[in-house]
Design a protein around this ligand. Structure first.
Ligand code: HEM
Ligand code: HEM
Length: 181
């Protein structure tokens, strides 16, 4: 079917793909760095990457949310059943919620235990939280639980995209790809 659907604006596309690429690097980095028996330099490098990229992601996600609140996305095609539109809305809302929960819980987990975040430390940005191993433990369990929910949702999200791109051919893919479109 011809692509008659308008796409997302360029900033929304760029933000989607930059954040997607970084999140898809953060997940394996996080999963690998907590494995026992890793050589110390590998583990340290992954932790430094994970914590600092996570902080950068927080700001990218904040920018994306602000942009999203100011720019409603184009309507979905009429050919899409109502239940699918609703499911997409719920899934996207959950992805946004998890994109906020992950960096915030990671930050609290690290800072409440007084661990470094090298980039912020270099900029002289102090720790805004009291030292609290209890708070760190709560944040850790939120971070780990939500990581697995996020992994599941991303898998469904990618599967749904493939279905639209390969079977329905309803123009959903070209709403967001290419980034410069
Ligand atoms: C290879 C990976 C990915 C593919 C192929 C993909 C594909 C897509 C597509 C086709 C859309 C447009 C849906 C529409 O037209 O309504 C979309 C939107 C969206 N994607 Fe992804 N995505 C990927 C990764 C991710 C990741 C990792 C996240 C978040 C962690 C994410 C979050 C979102 C959100 C929240 C929207 C909704 C945008 C809005 O309406 O504001 N995506 N994605
Ligand atoms: C979108 C952002 C983020 C994603 C997707 C993410 C993802 C993950 C994943 C998948 C794990 C492995 C969970 C496990 O099996 O134990 C993890 C662990 C971890 N993450 Fe993140 N993370 C993010 C942001 C952050 C930030 C900003 C920080 C800190 C500044 C952080 C600190 C940590 C720490 C310390 C662990 C190890 C948890 C533990 O103590 O066992 N993360 N993260």
């Amino acid at each position: 079917m011809a692509n008659l659907v308008n796409g997302y604006r360029r900033p929304a596309r760029w933000l989607h793909w930059i954040i997607a690429a970084l999140v898809l690097l953060m997940i394996p980095a996080g999963l690998i760095m907590v494995q026992k028996g890793l050589p110390r330099p590998v583990q340290d490098t992954l932790f430094v990457f994970h914590k600092n990229t996570g902080v950068i992601l927080f700001f990218l996600i904040a920018a994306r949310l602000i942009y999203r609140l100011r720019h409603k996305p184009p309507p979905l095609p009429d050919t899409m059943p109502e239940w699918q539109k609703r499911a997409a809305g719920i899934a996207h809302f959950a992805l946004y919620a998890l994109m906020v929960i992950m960096p915030v819980s990671g930050y609290i987990r690290v800072r409440a235990d007084r661990f470094p975040i090298e980039g912020l430390d270099a900029l002289g940005i102090g720790t805004w939280l009291p030292k609290s191993p209890e708070l760190a433990a709560v944040a850790q369990s939120i971070h780990v639980t939500c990581a697995f929910i996020l992994i599941g949702l991303i898998a469904v999200h990618i599967a749904a995209t493939l279905q639209h791109a390969l079977f329905y051919k309803d123009g959903i893919w070209s709403r967001i790809w290419p980034p410069n479109g």
